[in-house]
Design a protein around this ligand. Structure first.
Ligand code: NAP
Ligand code: COA
Length: 272
């Protein structure tokens, strides 16, 4: 489908857009001729991504090095971005941290680190973008995770944080709807070649087992999630807000429940 005309010149911010799934989203919007900004911590990753986005056809590309745990630094970056582009049409927010740890082996600080990045970080992003969203018309997408809906051994911190992310999505759908801003969540399934997948399924055998539990019989690709972000930001989705959309080949209908068992076994063996 040729979407270039619909997206050309749109302004897109992708938080966490320097690797994995969110980088795929940033690249997809760049290929459609949008102006794309990425935010993450590493200046090195930002520089490489900004150059790649320009190569792919972005009208403009830029980036800011900010830790989403720092709300004031995010607000300053957004002030600078607004001075460069004006209003924001599309925001994808997916900066996150994850590591497998049983609750019995997780320190207060370990729990807090993930909640601070995933949950409080999402609030910081929402609060920093709000003044600069195009009203009406903006589309905001939070990248959630299956753990938001499914209890998973070794993931108490992520389950708690991502469930909160989806409630931020739903609440802001209600608060911002009257101004013509749509807010949705996307729940990726297990996506090949990503840091998140490496951490939860570090060997090929585990990843093969996971793929076999996906009804569509394959792992996801960054492009699958990026395409869903494009759809949710398009006119085709102009009456869709407040949804939590799994993009997972049907994994959430059952297969996803099995990953926790594998994780628990791996973590228990490590502790012995
Ligand atoms: P990833 O490659 O590790 O990407 C994470 C991104 O967030 C990077 O750009 C990273 O860049 C940035 N980031 C991390 N901590 C940050 C912080 N404190 N402040 C600012 N930026 C930060 O991750 P991924 O595996 O693609 O996952 C992306 C999203 O999809 C996450 O929200 C994850 O929960 C979700 N998800 C992933 C999967 C999967 O299979 N991978 C499945 C379901 C859901 P810097 O290092 O430069 O900060
Ligand atoms: N098991 C148990 N606890 C762990 C852990 C693990 N595998 N990894 C980190 N922690 C704990 C640390 O021990 C520390 O707690 P402590 O002070 O009580 O010892 C706490 O988590 C914070 O660790 P620290 O390394 O200081 O955090 P950070 O802020 O530098 O990094 C992380 C945050 C830990 C989430 C880091 O993995 C990260 O930056 N991840 C981003 C990439 C990513 O996770 N991608 C996948 C996205 S789904």
């Amino acid at each position: 489908m040729n979407l270039n005309g619909d997206f050309s010149g749109k302004t897109v911010l992708v938080v966490g857009g320097t690797s994995g799934i969110c980088r795929a989203a940033a690249e997809r919007f760049a290929g459609l001729g949008c102006s794309v900004c990425v935010i993450s911590r590493s200046q090195e990753k930002i520089d490489a991504t900004v150059a790649a986005l320009a190569e792919l056809g972005a009208q403009d590309s830029c980036g800011y090095s900010v830790d989403v745990r720092n709300g004031e630094a995010l607000r300053e970056a957004l002030r600078q971005l607004h001075a460069r582009w004006g209003a924001l049409d599309i925001v994808v927010s997916g900066a996150a941290g994850n590591f497998p740890a049983l609750a019995s082996n997780l320190s207060d600080n370990g729990f807090a680190a993930v909640v601070d990045i995933d949950l409080k970080g999402t609030f910081h992003v929402m609060s920093a973008i709000y003044p600069y969203l195009r009203k009406p018309g903006a589309s905001v997408i939070n990248i959630s995770a299956p753990q938001a809906q499914l209890a998973m051994a070794g993931q108490v911190h992520v389950c708690a944080a991502k469930a909160g992310v989806d409630m931020i999505t739903r609440t802001l759908c209600i608060e911002w709807g009257a101004e013509g801003v749509r807010v949705n969540s996307v729940i990726p399934g297990p996506v090949e070649g990503t840091e998140g997948m490496e951490r939860l399924a570090p060997d090929e055998k585990m990843r093969g087992k996971i793929a076999a539990t996906v009804p569509l019989q394959r792992l996801g690709r960054g492009r699958d999630i990026a395409d869903a972000c494009v759809f949710l930001s398009s006119d085709l989705a102009s009456y869709i807000s407040g949804v939590v959309l799994p993009v997972d080949g049907g994994w959430s209908l059952g297969g996803a429940a099995t990953i926790g068992t594998g994780l628990a076994q791996m973590l228990q063996q490590q502790q012995q």
